[in-house]
Design a protein around this ligand. Structure first.
Ligand SMILES: [Fe+2]
Length: 390
C-alpha cells in the first residue's frame, strides 16, 4: 500500500542556459516597479548585469537595488523593508546565491508585514506570518540550497544567543524560479564545492527521511544522478556548462525534495552551528555529511538491519556504482566511502578551520535537532560526530 502524502506548491520553473533574457518579461507580468536584490559583487560585475539593465530599460522597467553581503540577518531585512516600504514595489527579484534568494524571499514577505522579521521567525518570534507578500522571482547563481523551490527563508543572527531560523509560509514559495546555469559559470571553486555538497546532502537526507514519498523519491534519485555526473567536474572545471547544468538541476530537485520530505541531522547541525558561528551553510553541511551519515548507518545497522532507511542508503549508493549485482551493505559502504572521497577531492575543511571550539560542543549539541533523520542520534553520538568533523 502506498502511504498517503501531500505535495507542497512548486514555483513556475523557467530552466535553461540563456534563460536570464526571459527575466524582464517575467517581471513585467507583475508590474513595472522591480526591487532587485543581489550580492555585493559577482553578479553585478558580470556581463549579465549590464545586459539585464539594458533589457529593463527597453521594457520600461523601473528598478531599485538592494545588496546583501552575507547570510541575511534580521537587521538587513528590516533595513531594506524600511527603505522601500513607502515605495511602489510590484515584484521582488533576487539574483544570487542561497543567501540572496533567502533575503529576497523574506523582503517580499516583510514588505506586507508590520514589525521586525525576527518577530515572525520560527522558534524566535511570537507572531505568525500571513500569506501576504509581494510577488517574488528567484534567480539562483549558485547550485546549492534549493531555496528557489522552497517556502522558507533562513535568517540568522550569529553570537552567543545566536540563531539560524526560518520565516516560513506555504505562500512564500517563489512565484517563479528562473534558473539559468550560465549564471553559475562565475561561481568560485570553493563555493561550488560547498554548495554542491549542500545539494548532495539535501537530496540524500530527504531521500532517506521517514517523510519521503514516491514523488520525492523519484526527484531525489534523479538529483543524486546529476550530483554523480556533475559535482566533481563543476568544481574542477567551472567553465564546463554541462556539469553546471546538472548541478543547477540537482539543487532545484533538492529544494523540491526537502520542501516535502524534510531534512536530517546534518541540517540540524547547520542550524545550531550556523547560529553560533559565521560559517557558510554549505561548509557546515560539507564538513558534517560524512560523520553524520556514518553514525546514522552504524546505529541503524545495530538497531534494525531491515530498516527502510538502510535500503534507501543502499539504493543511493548503487547509483554511484558500476557493479550492479552487489549486496545492499556493499552499496551503503560504497556511498559512505564516496562521501569521504568527495570531501577529500573537494578540499572540504574541518570545522576547526572555521573557528569552531571544542569547548562549545555541549552548547552546539543542546541546540541540535535530528529533524527527519532515519534514526534519532543522542547527545553522545552528536558529540562524537563533532569530534570527527573537527
Ligand atoms: Fe542546506
Amino acid at each position: 500500500m502506498v502511504r498517503s502524502f501531500s505535495l507542497a506548491a512548486t514555483p513556475r520553473v523557467i530552466f535553461g542556459s540563456g534563460m536570464i533574457t526571459r527575466l524582464p518579461e517575467s517581471a513585467v507580468h507583475y508590474g513595472n516597479n522591480v526591487l532587485l536584490t543581489t550580492g555585493k559583487s559577482s553578479f553585478i560585475q558580470s556581463e549579465h548585469w549590464d545586459k539585464l539593465l539594458l533589457q529593463f530599460e527597453s521594457s520600461k522597467i523601473h528598478w531599485q537595488h538592494f545588496t546583501i553581503g552575507s547570510e541575511p540577518t534580521p537587521s538587513m531585512i528590516d533595513t531594506c523593508v524600511r527603505k522601500f516600504s513607502s515605495q511602489q514595489v510590484d515584484v521582488v527579484v533576487a539574483i544570487g546565491g542561497g543567501s540572496v534568494v533567502d533575503a529576497g524571499k523574506a523582503i517580499s514577505a516583510m514588505l506586507c508585514h508590520q514589525g521586525s522579521v525576527k518577530d515572525y521567525l520560527e522558534g524566535v518570534g511570537t507572531r505568525q506570518p500571513s500569506r501576504l507578500k509581494v510577488p517574488f522571482i528567484a534567480v539562483p547563481t549558485t547550485s546549492g540550497t534549493g531555496s528557489e523551490a522552497t517556502k522558507n527563508a533562513v535568517i540568522s543572527e550569529v553570537g552567543i544567543n545566536g540563531f539560524k531560523k526560518s520565516l516560513r509560509h506555504d505562500h512564500y514559495v517563489p512565484d517563479i524560479a528562473l534558473i539559468d546555469p550560465l549564471l553559475t559559470l562565475n561561481c568560485p571553486e570553493t563555493v561550488t564545492a560547498q554548495s554542491g555538497m549542500d545539494a548532495f546532502t539535501q537530496l540524500l537526507e530527504s531521500y532517506v527521511s521517514g517523510n519521503a514519498n514516491p514523488f520525492t523519491d523519484a526527484i531525489a534519485v534523479e538529483g543524486l544522478r546529476h550530483v554523480r555526473d556533475g559535482l566533481l567536474t563543476a568544481v574542477k572545471n567551472g567553465s564546463d556548462l554541462l556539469s553546471r547544468e546538472k548541478m543547477s538541476l540537482a539543487a532545484l530537485f533538492s529544494g523540491m525534495t526537502l520542501a516535502n520530505a524534510g531534512l536530517g541531522t546534518v541540517h540540524g547541525f547547520a542550524s545550531s552551528i550556523g547560529g553560533f558561528y559565521d560559517i557558510p551553510h554549505g561548509a557546515i553541511c560539507a564538513g558534517l555529511m560524512a560523520p553524520v551519515n556514518n553514525m546514522t548507518i552504524g546505529k541503524l545497522r545495530k538497531k534494525d538491519k531491515s530498516h527502510p532507511g538502510l535500503r534507501k542508503y543502499a539504493r543511493a549508493g548503487k547509483l554511484f556504482s558500476e557493479n550492479k549485482h552487489a549486496s545492499d551493505p556493499y552499496y551503503t559502504d560504497l556511498l559512505m566511502d564516496l562521501i569521504v572521497e568527495y570531501s577529500h577531492e573537494l578540499n572540504i575543511c574541518g570545522l576547526s578551520k572555521f573557528g569552531v571550539k571544542e569547548k562549545d560542543f555541549g552548547k552546539i549539541v543542546s541546540k541540535t535537532g535530528n529533524k527527519n533523520n532515519p534514526v534519532a542520534l543522542d547527545s553522545d553520538e552528536l558529540t562524537e560526530i563533532l569530534k570527527s568533523a573537527f
